[in-house]
Design a protein around this ligand. Structure first.
Ligand code: SF4
Length: 328
């Protein structure tokens, strides 16, 4: 007979639990999308066309609400005519979203999430001003900056490390790792390989920054063993946090073409859930889990259809985790 106390429930450190422990309150991430930002994998610096699944607007609904500007920034520019617009957008987007979360859910503390495109791909002076202003907004406890591992200079990490130390606020760098297989990164037209992933994570941590590694399950030609090996690698590199996404197909992307030609089949909900259960068995309870689901709730989603509703997705994931003795 199995004694229940022999099999204690493993409670994961979700981002929500982490924030409550760290800041004593619920914290909401506020996604920010600013004019002028792009990605070196889109503007031709390393490639054109972007990752085969990328349609950045559908990942960043805030972008639809902002006016469009033809000018796109890159780190080599010495001037940024959009800076005042960007600072205003930052403030406006923060206030309307934080007001909403305060009025509807009583959330009092926020983390600014520079989410769309590559948020370190702009002139250094611009980045300094945006990050500094973001930390000065009321009730902000920290920043989260989404980027690629080919777009972060050590000089920027030095600045962010100092900023975190001086302000006493927390700064997360969210690296889009996706896979630790060069052949996969090549196939998805990532525009970079695995070369500096580990060292960049270490350099960030050395400066007191928190690292969240994003990984994707269901990438073309990857087996479950490969996906779990990617997870294992980012854990070995001592990521402080993990975000896991299923790969879904958005209309008018290269991945959509492959799907229509019968050359790519998305991961099934059953397989994805199985992988998440396996993953959470491996992830230590000290690692912050930022997310294990993703989807897009509009008709640009081609497949898999289970990525339409994140709530249904999460319900199935939670049920399976509970059966495995894991509390998420
Ligand atoms: S790195 Fe991000 S923004 Fe750039 S092409 Fe890939 S998915 Fe799109």
């Amino acid at each position: 007979m199995v004694n229940i106390s022999d099999n204690p429930v493993k409670q994961m450190l979700t981002f929500g639990r982490y924030c409550k422990r760290r800041f004593g309150k619920r914290v909401r991430k506020i996604p920010i999308a600013l004019a002028g930002f792009t990605c070196p994998n889109i503007d031709g610096s390393v490639a054109r066309g972007g990752c085969i699944f990328c349609k950045n607007e559908s990942f960043s609904p805030t972008l639809d609400k902002e006016p469009k500007f033809a000018l796109k920034l890159n780190p080599k520019m010495t001037e940024n005519p959009l800076l005042e617009t960007q600072l205003q957008q930052l403030q406006n987007q923060y206030h309307w979203q934080s007001d909403f979360h305060y009025n509807k859910f009583g959330v009092e503390k926020y983390m600014i999430y520079f989410q769309s495109f590559t948020n370190t791909y702009a002139p250094f002076e611009t980045l300094k001003k945006l990050y500094t202003r973001a930390l000065e907004l009321p009730n902000v406890v920290g920043l989260s900056i989404g980027t690629r591992t080919d777009s972060v200079e050590l000089e920027l990490l030095d600045f962010l490390g100092d900023l975190a130390q001086k302000s006493g606020q927390e700064i997360w760098i969210e690296y889009g790792i996706q896979s630790v297989y060069d052949e996969t990164l090549k196939f998805i037209n990532r525009g970079h390989g695995t070369e500096n992933m580990e060292s960049l994570i270490q350099e960030s941590k050395k400066r007191g920054l928190k690292v969240c590694s994003h990984i994707i399950y269901g990438l073309p030609k990857e087996t479950k063993a490969m996906m779990l090996h990617t997870l294992d690698s980012v854990l070995k590199w001592e990521s402080d946090g993990i975000k896991i996404h299923p790969l879904y197909i958005i209309e008018k992307t290269m991945l959509a073409n492959l799907y229509h030609q019968g050359e790519y089949q998305p991961i099934s909900l059953g397989d994805y859930i199985e992988l998440i259960v396996e993953s959470l068995k491996i992830i230590p309870q000290s690692v912050v889990i930022h997310r294990v689901s993703a989807g897009v709730r509009n008709d640009t989603l081609l497949a898999p259809k289970w990525c339409f509703d994140k709530n249904i997705q999460m319900r199935s994931i939670r049920d399976a985790l509970r059966d495995a003795g894991i509390e998420y």
